[in-house]
Ligand binder design. Structure first.
Ligand code: CTP
Length: 401
């Protein structure tokens, strides 16, 4: 996701410096070019050689070495960086950067950077909580830095509390949020629903469906990477909540309805990717239903149709998108839902088509709007999500025009 991007990684003198090597490796795996600058103190903990092998690039140190014409200046490093991240950042480097000091290669380069800048402070809890450090971090935020909150736990110094460098995987997420995709949904609020609902029969049983939630989670994650403020209302799934997304867990169709109803007014785009139960048991038994001879008849009643509710209560300018899973007459049935539910787009998929629908990592969608019908090829759910968002963004633009 970081092809053709250059990341400047600053490493300072903290015991957590070894984790920066894993971050450098993770960035390279995402195809980023990684320029590493190490402070003198960082080299007490880890050697430049480690980073040179991982990044296949010369590591820049604080020695201001004059290695000939191929030597890259701090200005050139700053100019070619698409993003700078300092991980780990000591209290000392936070203080210097907050006040514009530029007395070594790292701080001079950072002072010249105009790209997004992230800083991951890592230090003893008392040093972190010292008001002077907190003021410095606040100052950095004021100057546009993103301060990555330190993790809590047992620190190398023996103390327990905040101050740990977050895991490289977490740091990578911050980089991806900034760089992976253009932020064309910046300033937009996106509400996505995902997963199955569970309709209880008794304290141990429920009616549900085979939805894995993968399509909705991909939509939420891609919208987040495109800069949107995303809320994901999710039925129970085995998936990890996407980072930087407000995830609201629900179980039943009724709970999903209430969660969506409470949040949809402020949303600019709503995508109902959840597989909401159409029926729920008329009564939920208080105790476990015991087996008896003969059959068991369940009486079900209709749930509220959330998408239809949204179509009826939408405000002008909102874009409302639904999904349709069909097993026959795909276009006809899905097209009818567009009208019946008063929505802007229906993303239809054929449950019988290989590679489409529940539980797989791919999908074959047909995007149906009032303007046209567009058949997408077999795509990963992430790619399909991007195509849905592209079309939704175009519809939002048409509404504004
Ligand atoms: N949906 C909803 N609330 C429900 C049922 C469905 O909001 N109670 C939404 C789904 O999230 C999806 C769309 O409606 O975006 C289509 O759902 P689907 O179950 O395919 O269609 P139905 O309207 O239920 O019609 P049918 O059962 O006839 O296929």
């Amino acid at each position: 996701m970081l092809k053709r991007k250059t990341v400047l990684l600053g490493v300072t003198g903290s015991i957590a410096a070894y984790k920066a090597a894993a971050l450098a490796s993770a960035l390279v795996k995402q195809h980023a070019a990684v320029d590493v600058i190490m402070t003198k103190n960082a080299m007490e903990f880890i050697t430049p050689l480690t980073f040179e092998h991982l990044t296949h690039r010369k590591v820049h140190t604080d020695t201001f070495d004059r290695g000939g014409p191929e030597e890259v200046s701090h200005i050139a490093l700053a100019e070619r960086a698409d993003l700078a991240i300092i991980a780990p950042a000591t209290a000392n480097v936070c203080a210097k950067l907050a006040h514009g000091l530029a007395d070594d290669m790292l701080t001079s380069t950072l002072l010249a950077c105009r790209c997004p800048r992230l800083i991951a402070p890592a230090m003893n809890t008392n040093m972190l909580e010292n008001p002077v450090t907190q003021d410095n971090l606040e100052t950095l935020r004021h100057y546009g830095w993103t301060v990555i909150p330190p993790a809590s736990g047992l620190l190398a110094c023996g103390a327990v509390g905040p101050g740990k460098l977050p895991e490289p995987e977490t740091l990578l997420r911050y980089v991806l949020r900034e760089l992976a995709l253009p932020h064309d949904l910046m300033g937009k609020k996106v509400l996505v629903t995902a997963g199955p609902t569970q309709e209880p029969l008794d304290p141990v049983r429920y009616l549900t469906n085979r939805s894995s939630g993968k399509m909705g989670y991909a939509l939420a994650r891609m919208a987040m990477l495109r800069g949107a403020e995303v809320t994901l209302v999710s039925g129970e799934t085995a998936l990890e909540p996407p980072p930087f997304v407000e995830t609201v867990p629900v179980r039943t169709a009724e709970e999903m309805f209430r969660a969506v109803e409470a949040r949809f007014e402020e949303a600019d785009l709503i995508v109902m990717a959840a597989a909401v139960a159409d029926f729920t048991p008329e009564e939920v038994a208080e105790n476990k239903i015991k087996k008896k001879d003969g059959g068991l008849t369940l009486t079900l009643r209709r749930t509220k149709d959330i998408l239809q509710y949204l179509g009826a209560h939408r405000r002008p300018g909102q874009v409302v998108v639904g999904f349709a899973m069909e097993s026959e007459n795909l276009l006809e049935n899905a097209g009818a839902k567009l009208e019946k539910k008063n929505v802007d787009m229906i993303c239809a998929n054929d449950v019988k088509q290989p590679g489409a629908g529940f539980q797989v990592d791919t999908n074959v969608l047909t995007l149906i709007t009032r303007e046209d019908t567009r058949q997408l090829p077999l795509l990963s759910k992430e790619e399909a999500a991007l195509a849905v968002l592209d079309r939704a963004l175009a519809l939002a633009g048409e509404k504004q025009a």
